[in-house]
Design a protein around this ligand. Structure first.
Ligand code: EPS
Length: 407
């Protein structure tokens, strides 16, 4: 734990975001264009507001990579906010002034009308602020761009182990998609809401349009799937080292995520153990590659566990689902209070998204990728990626009945 470390800095309308990543071994191929693919995916999605028309997110790598390969040293990345240079606050005062880092005597318009559901109220209380902008700027989901950049580095590393991470939207605003076990991921990428069910997609788009018309916002459910994950990442021996703990925390940390489940998830509460647990196949039924060798040890007949037992990976696909609450910034605002007087007002509104559920899937991939990269490094170590891969291959040879006998 703590092998792959990631920190972000930056405000939504400040100069830009910074991502600092440490722990990736040397020798991993990384380029700004590779990171760009995920940053562009994060910006898409029906229901996003005007901001995404302005931003063209690109991570500038400022350290840790030389001639396209990681060096094992910390990797820092900068993502500039285009809105900083070109835009302004709702009163049309330039962000360069509103968010300037230098001292000023100018009284900029403060945000005093608290938004229920946002970080505003506990934030101004805790940090003793009289301007909710000092809270919302950092609590904004803009920060997720830094996560996705860090997640792209993790993805780059995980490629060496054949691990792939995808995501799909399963619901928006009460519209449920038919869950496809192995969707055509390229079709999901083309979907306006990143949903594999074309019929549900139409209904989701209609629900977003209706919410937009009503000046409201929508939440939903996303699913992240990681395939090729080896058995035995994480551990059962301590609560905070369980991979389930770490994945749940990472996914739960995404803005607006209020629930996380694995595999069959909460539905397991309704059915019997005999229907829940994933029966282990006998060795003569194990899927085998062209060379006759089995593809992965200890495969299961089902995957209700979502690829996790006892806080460890089973080798089955990792299936993590998250519930995303509706965005707290609502065009038709809720009644609220003024932070100075406590008097009844309408909550603050400034340009926002109707929903960011499709985007949330891409952020979920990044968070799952970061946790998996950390768990791989924890298990297999290595200062050069070749060393990590060598250790992984050697371990995999020791797993399974035949190999155990060969000793
Ligand atoms: C956000 C409000 C909107 C979103 C933003 C998150 O930004 P703005 O207030 O500038 O219109 O677009 O998300 C991003 C900027 C992003 O890159 O994802 C909020 O209040 O959380």
């Amino acid at each position: 734990m703590g092998q792959f470390r990631f920190l972000s800095a930056g405000e939504s309308h400040g100069r830009g975001l910074t991502a600092l990543v440490e722990g990736i071994p040397a020798g991993v191929p990384i380029s700004e264009d590779y990171i760009q693919t995920d940053l562009a995916r994060r910006q898409r999605g029906y229901g996003r507001g005007g901001r995404m028309e302005i931003e063209r997110d690109r991570a500038e790598i400022t350290s840790g990579v030389r001639h396209g390969l990681t060096m094992g040293s910390p990797i820092s990345m900068l993502i500039w906010n285009r809105d900083w240079e070109t835009g302004g606050d709702p009163d049309k005062v330039a962000w360069t002034d509103v968010m300037s880092t230098t001292p000023t005597t100018v009284e900029y318009n403060r945000i005093t009308r608290l938004r229920p559901g946002h970080a505003d109220t506990p934030g101004i209380s805790k940090y003793q602020q009289n301007d909710a902008r000092n809270i919302l700027e950092r609590s904004s989901a803009r920060e997720s761009a830094a996560r996705v950049a860090a997640g792209a580095l993790a993805r780059g590393m995980l490629e060496s182990f054949g691990i792939e991470i995808h995501s799909q939207v399963l619901g928006i605003g009460g519209v449920h998609a038919r869950r496809v076990e192995r969707p055509d991921w390229s079709q999901v990428e083309e979907s306006r809401v990143r949903c594999a069910d074309a019929e549900a997609e139409e209904q989701m788009v209609a629900a977003i349009d209706a919410a937009s018309e009503a000046g409201d916002s929508l939440g939903g459910v996303i699913e992240v799937v990681a395939t090729g994950v080896p058995v035995g990442l994480g551990t059962h021996i301590q609560w905070d080292r369980k991979l389930s703990t770490r994945l749940a925390a990472a996914v739960m940390s995404i803005n607006a995520v209020k629930g996380v489940e694995f595999g069959a998830g909460f539905a397991q509460a309704e059915i019997r153990g005999s229907e829940v647990h994933d029966v282990i196949l006998p060795v003569d039924e194990w899927p085998r590659g062209e060379d006759g060798e089995w593809v992965r040890p200890w495969p299961r007949r089902s995957n209700n566990s979502g690829g996790l037992e006892g806080g460890m990976t089973t080798g089955e696909p990792l299936v993590v689902r998250a519930m995303v609450k509706p965005i707290a910034t609502i065009k038709n605002p809720l009644p609220s209070v003024n932070l100075e007087t406590g008097e009844l007002v309408q909550a603050h509104y400034e340009r926002s998204d109707i929903t960011f559920v499709p985007t949330c899937g891409v952020i979920g991939e990044a968070m799952v990728g970061i946790v998996l990269a950390d768990a791989i490094l924890e298990k297999f170590g290595g200062d050069h990626i070749d060393e990590t891969v060598r250790n992984w291959r050697a371990f995999m040879k020791t797993v399974g009945p035949a190999h155990r006998v060969e000793g």
